[in-house]
Ligand binder design. Sequence first.
Ligand SMILES: Nc1ncnc2c1ncn2[C@@H]1O[C@H](COP(=O)(O)OP(=O)(O)OP(=O)(O)O)[C@@H](O)[C@H]1O
Ligand SMILES: [Mg+2]
Length: 321
Amino acid sequence: MSEPSNPPTLPLPLAETEAPDRLVRPLLVLARWAEEFTARRRARRTDAGPSIWEPIHLGTDENGHPVRVPLIYRNMLLAGEPGAGKSVGLNNIVAHAALATDCRLWLFDGKIVELGLWRSCADRFVANSLDDAVSALLDLQSEMDSRYAVLDDERRRKIAPADGVPPIVVVLDELAYFSATVGTKREQEAFSVLVRDLVARGRAAGIIVVAATQRPSSDIIPTSLRDLFGYRWAFRCTTDTSSDIVLGHGWASRGHTAASVAPETKGIGFLLAEGGVPRRIKAAHLSDEQVYALAERAAMRRLAAGIAHGQDLDDTTGGAA
Ligand SMILES: Nc1ncnc2c1ncn2[C@@H]1O[C@H](COP(=O)(O)OP(=O)(O)OP(=O)(O)O)[C@@H](O)[C@H]1O
Ligand SMILES: [Mg+2]
């Protein structure tokens, strides 16, 4: 960001008692302006960026109000028909997490190209290999277990910002690719069991799972798994039943159904937060150019903070951090 090279130097404001009245007001205004200018400059210099402990901007609601949700200690499920806007929705979360240098980012993307743009910000990027996916999830599971061992030793229940233990944001674009499409039945089951364990136990250890699937069917999202996700975001679904599979049984009959979203209105979905009522929202849309720019900026910030891993861009098979 460009700044004036020579900020104006201002005379010190005169105390009211020392100055004639007509001078006091403009000088005070100028002094306040100078203070604001300095504060803005200081804020720009420190530019802490977002934090994973802060709410994440997802889009806008029907009244045009911003929708921001905290993801720490929570998980999120996104589902909806192909092209409904799940990956665009995911990008908002990944952008926030990538720019936040107080968390780690693990990305799983069977399509490679959706989350691939963020690869240089990821501690681990898993592409279309189920083997790599399972081995990454096993590593996450042992990280989770060792975090719980430390918490147990310290007789505490969950990680806190002061610990310096970074939350890990785990983003899976297309759950069904790993759990039902590639690999053997056994590998798929291993994958599903590990995801379920992370979703069920990861929250207090700072492991946040954000998973998307274009198959809102009960074989991909059994009720017992669905209910573990505190946030459920249903993008356009073809039927009330599939919308209910995402949001929970009964919402469609109460008028909250993602089947009501017109096919041509991309990015509209119903967001359900723990204990609430689904809200119809439109996901913010980051263009490819914006994603490139943000990913580059986030990678630089991570490098500067000493936490970047910036995997080799030619490595499309994923790999270790
Ligand atoms: N919030 C949005 N605002 C504007 N356009 C959007 C929005 N969401 C999606 N789109 C448009 O719809 C297209 C498809 O969106 P996206 O890739 O996110 O769908 P998807 O649900 O991930 O599909 P798939 O299941 O095939 O991966 C985007 O390329 C974009 O052009
Ligand atoms: Mg997608």
